[in-house]
Design a protein around this ligand. Structure first.
Ligand SMILES: Nc1ncnc2c1ncn2[C@@H]1O[C@H](COP(=O)(O)OP(=O)(O)OP(=O)(O)O)[C@@H](O)[C@H]1O
Length: 347
């Protein structure tokens, strides 16, 4: 058996064949699904014992980690660390029919990073997340997971030791299941835990997203914001009785879209709080080693991520630390940050 786990949280658009396939593979997540083609003796194969870096603390090395970034588009501090790369997209191309969406996209997500992907609507941000999660295959270029090329999609047996979760914009809860069953679905399906222990974990994870006493409700009895938080609880719950759990990269697609400012703050802080910053994956099991957030919201950019990738016209046209975003002189970034109609971005 492979030791790989690639898990996909909260996907709502999975075709039935995929669901059935996931079930066969033994790890179906709720609305999410889990491809657990793994044995119980899974090992951390790519967890770094190095502490995640505090990216805001003056790491001075500059690095162009994106071959298509223009000369002046790398700003500020970047990590020149080739040993801690969890996911790498290399010269990725993707078209839908005649429409070319990605035209040679390259970037790296390192252990410990909190990365935002921003850019105008329709530029392919969600597509990038799906490619990273293994739900879509690039037409050209490659995706490396812990340095190993992914040949297939999510159930690629050769990917080992890194879980990749995708939290879709839509909460994608199972309508006929209670909140408890939705949040605990993965554990009810896969874990060898007593039901009361799972219920306890569900309660804890719901409390972490600011929800109490909703376990017995159906999704239809929740507001949109509550559903999003339930979906987040579902994406962070894990079997904490296991001795070793793979580190995980969580990919969030517009986690705060449609939320009021306070609910957005709750979600942004939650995204931060489940991150493994400052701790070793080997010590705190099952926590989020790195995460990537696609967002349009300024508050989410400010609160939830440290480094930004700006996607435009199929490539990363700018990358920098979050604080550099508003002061950048890059005309594309300037226009986007100010919301101006004048500039290189045409609608
Ligand atoms: N499965 C698909 N089939 C055909 N076209 C698609 C598919 N998925 C995405 N597209 C198209 O690819 C383009 C990029 O879509 P994507 O959702 O990745 O953009 P985005 O940057 O996330 O947009 P937004 O910010 O509006 O959410 C869009 O034009 C979209 O219509």
């Amino acid at each position: 058996m492979s030791s790989s786990v690639v898990y996909w949280a909260n996907a709502w658009s999975m075709p039935m064949t995929g669901l059935q396939r996931a079930s066969r593979l033994g790890g179906l997540l709720p609305g999410c699904r889990s491809w657990c083609s793994c044995s119980s003796s899974r090992k951390i194969l790519c967890a770094s014992t190095a502490l995640p870096r505090n990216l805001g603390d003056g790491l001075a090395s500059l690095e162009s980690n994106s071959s298509n970034v223009s000369e002046n588009s790398l700003e500020g501090t970047h990590v020149n660390d080739e040993t801690n790369i969890l996911i790498e997209c290399k010269d990725v191309h993707k078209s839908f029919g005649e429409k070319q969406i990605l035209r040679g996209l390259s970037f790296k997500i390192r252990h410990g990073e909190a990365v935002g992907i921003i850019g105008p609507s329709g530029t392919g941000k969600s597509t990038v997340l799906k490619i990273m999660a293994g739900l879509l295959a690039p037409d050209r270029g490659e995706v490396l997971i812990c340095g190993r090329k992914r040949h297939g999609l999510v159930d690629d047996e050769e990917i080992a030791g890194l879980r990749i979760g995708l939290v879709f914009q839509s909460a994608a809860l199972f309508d006929s299941l209670t909140v408890r069953e939705n949040v605990g679905f993965q554990l009810y399906e896969n874990a060898r835990m007593p039901q009361d222990k799972i219920a306890e974990l569900v309660k804890e994870n719901l409390a972490a997203v600011g929800l109490k006493g909703v376990e017995d409700r159906l999704p239809s009895e929740l507001s949109g914001g509550m559903k999003k938080r339930v979906a987040l609880a579902r994406s962070i719950i894990y079997d904490n009785t296991k001795e070793i759990v793979e580190p995980e990269v969580l990919l969030y697609d517009e986690p705060t879209a449609g939320l009021d400012p306070i609910a957005s703050t709750v979600v942004e802080d939650l995204i931060r709080s489940v991150h493994l910053k400052g701790e070793s994956t080997t010590r705190r099991l099952g926590k989020i080693a790195s995460y990537v957030v696609v967002t349009h919201q300024h508050s989410t950019i400010r609160r939830a991520v440290d480094r930004l990738l700006f996607l435009y016209d199929g490539t990363i046209v700018w990358e920098g630390m979050t604080q550099e975003f508003t002061t950048s002189t890059n005309p594309i970034v300037k226009q986007f940050a100010s919301g101006s109609l004048d500039g290189p971005i045409k609608y």
